[in-house]
Design a protein around this ligand. Structure first.
Ligand SMILES: C[S@@+](CC[C@H](N)C(=O)[O-])C[C@H]1O[C@@H](n2cnc3c(N)ncnc32)[C@H](O)[C@@H]1O
Length: 219
């Protein structure tokens, strides 16, 4: 697991972000309608979706597939209003500081159509607390024991692993979703989805994951 970013890593990341945004290579390539967004797709490329991730990330698989959208989630999205019929974003929001995450949620609201649903998944603070306090009853919690030798190491994963910048539970996510205007904010189970096009949860993430859906009900 990687917990530390070198100065060179930071510089390369920032230069790439600046140059690509400066020359305007941060606009999505859209399909004929409908358009569904897979935000922070990483290696989980989904055919038929607008797969979006950082500029030039994951070069090893970009050789086969070119993403539909290269972007930096810390900045306003270079996309028109009311474009997307649904958004799926798995284990990505926690990579942003809380103010960046709030701005991103506002931007997602803007680029979604009225009636569209967003499905967000993040590491669930509640599950980590359950492990830390030895309040482990669910089967999925066994995975915690396999992965983390102590409660503290689990928390290190939650707060620092792969540059995690924010921590979420349902109340916190509902607070920010509600604040930017989303309604019908509901906690879901793994693969319990209101729209089959957004039912993309990765099996190997279920043990630690919070699933939430919300709807844009007005402009
Ligand atoms: C843990 S990965 C999740 C990938 C995939 N959704 C999954 O669940 O396996 C987080 C993703 O967020 C992307 N990401 C993090 N910060 C970003 C930023 N500022 N702009 C764009 N993408 C970012 C990373 O490149 C990475 O692909």
């Amino acid at each position: 697991m990687k917990y530390k970013m070198s100065v060179m890593d930071v510089i390369k990341f920032e230069i790439r972000s600046f140059l690509f945004r400066f020359v305007g290579l941060d606009r999505p390539k859209l399909f004929p309608e409908p358009n569904f967004l897979n935000l922070g797709c990483g290696p989980n490329y989904i055919n038929g979706m607008v797969n979006a991730d950082f500029f030039g990330a994951f070069r090893f698989w970009r050789k086969q597939r070119k993403l539909e959208w290269h972007l930096d989630l810390r900045y306003p999205l270079n996309c028109d209003d009311s474009i997307f019929d649904g958004v799926f974003t798995e284990h990505t929001l926690e990579h942003l500081y809380i103010d960046e995450a709030e701005e991103l949620l506002k931007e997602l609201y803007r680029i979604m159509k009225v009636g569209a649903v967003i499905r967000l998944t993040v590491p669930d603070l509640k599950k980590y607390v359950a492990y830390y306090t030895e309040n482990v009853c669910d089967e999925e919690m066994d995975t915690f024991k396999e992965k983390f030798h102590t409660g503290a190491s689990a928390f290190r994963n939650l707060t620092q692993n792969y540059f995690h910048r924010s921590v979420w539970d349902f109340d916190e996510l509902r607070h920010y979703l509600d604040g930017v205007g989303f309604r019908e904010i509901t906690q879901k189970q793994y693969r319990e989805c209101s729209n089959p096009r957004l039912c993309l949860d990765l099996d190997h993430r279920a043990w630690e994951t919070l699933y939430v859906e919300a709807r844009k009900v007005s402009d």
